[in-house]
Design a protein around this ligand. Structure first.
Ligand code: AR6
Length: 176
């Protein structure tokens, strides 16, 4: 199993690709999006401007410029509106779209933030369940990819660990 959950800051990840929890404009924002743009430098915004936005649940890729990774995969997650507006399917689609772009670009290691669980208000337990389900399903069919959930807060880390222990305990996450 090469899916793991760690506490950290995704802007310092030395991996092939990091995922950005963006918005549909792809023109930056707060949270992890702001941190990624600050660390990547102004060229990232210029690259994003050329992309013409992105639909919720889809993903687009750019170089990573001053970041220590090779690519940034930008995906706008769903805004939580109570759960009856296709939020779960759209969030799953974010993870799948990012993984499919990562494959297309030959990435072997991808770090994800907890998409939609900050400004967009998606409840952490449900988001963690969807994220891990998608990463584990992908991992089972794609040998050799190293996938990590990089949690920025203890609260997020706990939510992902609880879900992991509940559903994947028999397949220990690899130790960091
Ligand atoms: N590394 C890893 N995770 C982080 C980092 C970091 N450096 N910084 C924050 N997080 P959010 P969203 C976590 O709000 O909910 C932006 O304005 C954070 O703790 O960044 O998808 C965009 O432009 C949380 O668990 O993204 C959009 O408009 C997670 O990243 C909107 O916010 C996601 O929180 C997207 O909202």
């Amino acid at each position: 199993m090469s899916v793991s959950v760690v506490l950290g800051d995704i802007t310092v990840s030395h991996v092939d690709a990091i995922v950005n929890a963006a918005n549909c404009s792809l023109l930056g924002g707060s949270g992890v999006d702001g941190a990624i743009h600050r660390a990547a430098g102004p060229e990232l915004l210029r690259a994003c401007q050329a992309l013409g936005g992105c639909e919720t649940g889809q993903a687009k890729i750019t170089p990573a410029f001053a970041l220590p990774c090779r690519y940034v995969i930008h995906t706008p997650g769903p805004i939580w509106r109570g759960g009856g507006h296709n939020e779960a399917a759209l969030l799953a689609s974010c993870y799948r779209s990012c993984l499919s772009l990562a494959l297309e670009y030959g990435c072997r290691s991808v770090d994800f933030p907890s998409i939609s669980t900050g400004v967009y208000g998606f409840p952490l337990p449900q988001a963690a369940h969807i994220a891990l389900r998608e990463l584990v399903a992908f991992d089972r069919t794609h040998e050799g990819m190293v996938l990590r959930m990089v949690c920025h807060t203890q609260e997020a880390l706990r939510a992902y660990q609880v879900d992991w222990n509940m559903f994947y305990q028999e397949t220990k996450p690899h130790e960091e």
